[in-house]
Design a binder for this molecule. Structure first.
Ligand SMILES: [Zn+2]
Length: 464
């Protein structure tokens, strides 16, 4: 609290003790990151003992969600945390550190909790300076977030935005009927187990053993997709970037030119050997029967080869279907019995490049035009959809609709609950007619504010 420099000739540390620019914030976006916290406390301490073995190792930062704040003794309350975050964005990093840490109005340990970082156990009982490197990470992480626009908070604000916006970007997740929940039903929590391109090339049967269970079946869609179609009908839909791969938006009537399927879709399939393409449903029968679909073009060229007089089985033929042939077949392969390529649905696997359309459209077209972003039913953890809010200008309002809030991005308005319920109530209030058999005509929705937030609201069907 004392601003008077010490008289004993020591230099008062006025420059920020917390080096807020020292940390590359890009590295701290994930849930946990390895951080080399070599605190002075640890390295200089004489009585450090048994834990020496791992004291040089990188430590994992433990992130703290708002609903976990109360778990940290002496940590910030939610109200304090929200106030500190706002203050940081208002005054900037250096001024913020000066009025908190330099003036000792609050400890670094407590401040870490305001920015969602849990004080690590290995720093327990350490002097407060030991928390400075961690606080630097915490502040940089918070500061790199797009600050919430203060003028948008209420349901009315959300409805007004819907009504006045002309170029709305909608980001949709895989949703309740989507791929990941289907995989979860199959006991596959990690989609990477099934959708790894290298595994697919080695053994496509792993993918096709579950593919029949994730095939798009009926042409049905949810009220949420009906809502996107309604935005299109009102001339307000700029682009729907979707993580869905089952074409569910198209079922609702969203036009292909209004949609980017960020993870590809089942709409087409491509031969992994010769790149021959077919409409997706051409291989659906095979998939349903549990067969691995084979390339008709490959089969044809193999048959033609076999009919040649010498019967040579070299696969490097001049057959027109074998365009774009990569240099991947080794010499030993050339003398194996030729096999046709496997037809792979055009969904994007891990290890494959994303459809180029995404970046092209977002950066060279939509970025300039967008006047509202609505994120529906995705936690925004998976690229490339997760990148969208950060790529758009920061003054474009952003509304979040999902069951649970996210902490790594600040939206202007959070509308929490069943997405179908939220969008149906928004339409009701906007005077728009969202008709869907899943929305009862007499549905009443109750909206309650979330304590501690001006801009967070929970939607619940009355009596549900
Ligand atoms: Zn082929």
């Amino acid at each position: 609290m004392d601003l008077v420099p010490p008289s004993n000739g020591e230099t008062l540390v006025k420059s920020p003790m917390v080096d807020v620019d020292a940390v590359d914030v890009k590295q701290v976006d994930e849930e946990t990151v390895a951080l080399e916290v070599t605190s002075e406390f640890e390295t200089d301490s004489d009585d450090s003992d048994g834990d020496d073995a791992d004291s040089d190792c990188g430590r994992a930062i433990q992130f703290l969600r708002d609903d976990q704040l109360h778990e940290v003794p002496g940590g910030c309350t939610l109200e304090e945390a929200v106030a500190f975050r706002k203050r940081l964005h208002d005054v900037g990093k250096v001024a913020f550190v000066e009025e908190t840490i330099v003036l000792e109005t609050v400890t670094a340990k407590k401040l870490c909790t305001a920015f969602g970082i849990r004080p690590p156990e290995f720093l327990e009982n350490a002097p407060d300076e030991a928390y400075h490197p961690l606080l630097a990470v915490a502040i940089s992480r918070e500061f790199s977030k797009r600050p919430k626009l203060p003028q948008y908070n209420t349901i009315e604000d959300a409805v007004n935005l819907l009504q006045k916006s002309k170029n709305i970007i909608v980001l949709t997740g895989a949703g309740d009927t989507g791929l990941y929940s289907k995989l979860a039903h199959l006991g596959l929590s990690d989609p990477q187990e099934v959708f790894d391109i290298n595994i697919f090339r080695e053994d496509p049967s792993i993918f096709f053993s579950i593919a029949k269970d994730i095939l798009p079946t009926e042409k049905k869609y949810s009220p949420t997709h009906g809502f996107i179609k309604l935005l299109q009908d009102h001339g307000k839909l700029l682009t729907n970037y979707t993580q869905n791969i089952d074409n569910i938006e198209a079922n609702a009537g969203v036009l292909a030119e209004k949609m980017v399927q960020c993870h590809g879709s089942f709409a087409n399939a491509t031969c992994v050997k010769c790149n021959f393409k077919v409409p997706g449903d051409a291989i659906f029968d095979d998939i349903r029967e549990g067969k691995i679909p084979e390339c008709k073009a490959c089969i044809q060229s193999i048959e033609q080869e076999a009919l040649k007089p010498q019967g040579l089985k070299r696969k490097r033929s001049s057959n027109g279907n074998q365009k774009d042939r990569k240099e991947e077949s080794s010499d030993e392969e050339d003398y194996e019995i030729p096999t046709p390529g496997v037809m792979k649905p055009d969904i994007t696997f891990f290890g494959e490049g994303l459809p180029d359309e995404f970046g092209q459209r977002l950066i060279h077209h939509d970025r300039e035009l967008a006047d509202l972003v609505i994120v529906i039913g995705t936690s925004l953890k998976v690229a490339p959809v997760a990148e969208v809010p950060g790529i758009l200008p920061r003054n474009v309002p952003q509304i979040y609709i999902s069951r649970t809030p996210v902490t790594h991005t600040d939206f202007d308005i959070d509308l929490l609950g069943d997405c179908d319920v939220v969008v149906s109530e928004l339409c009701r209030r906007a005077g728009w007619n969202l008709q869907h058999h899943m929305i009862p005509a007499d549905e009443k929705v109750e909206i309650t504010p979330v304590e501690g937030y001006e801009s967070r609201h929970v939607f619940k069907v009355v009596g549900a």
